[in-house]
Design a protein around this ligand. Structure first.
Ligand SMILES: [Zn+2]
Length: 133
């Protein structure tokens, strides 16, 4: 008599998942805001824009990404347009447009507490104009 033993071999297939999940979007590191000092003087009052002359260079700085655009002032009209309420400023890196707002209504220009900010849709200051010294 012959006893046959059947051996069952279980083949285990191991499936490996290679998940390349990057949780953080590139280029956005909090805590390293650009400051006006690195790029000159921040332009934040009507008076500063009034003083701009033809040939002056103004830099549009994103607080997250640094300088985005250098603007050469052609005349005072152009300088005032830059700081006009609701003027749009664009950051190529953010791929967003930001809006010029004034702390005081633009009708009451010149007051000591009148300050310009370039804000996102939530009112957070995200950009600024600076003038190289
Ligand atoms: Zn940006």
């Amino acid at each position: 008599m012959k006893t046959l033993k059947l051996l069952l071999t279980a083949a285990v297939a191991v499936l490996t998942f290679s998940s390349a999940a990057s949780a953080l979007p590139p280029g956005k590191e909090d805590g390293s805001e650009a400051t006006a000092k690195e790029y000159g003087t921040e332009l934040a009052t009507k008076a500063q824009f009034t003083e701009l002359k033809a040939g002056d260079k103004v830099t549009l700085v994103c607080k997250m990404h640094g300088p985005q655009k250098e603007i050469t002032v052609k005349d005072s009209k152009m300088a005032m347009e830059l700081c006009e309420e609701n003027h749009m400023a664009h950051c190529d890196t953010c791929k967003k447009d930001y809006k010029v707002t004034w702390l005081n209504p633009s009708g009451k220009s010149g007051g000591p507490t009148t300050a310009m900010n370039i804000v996102d849709e939530n009112g957070k200051p995200c950009m600024m104009y600076t003038k190289a010294m």
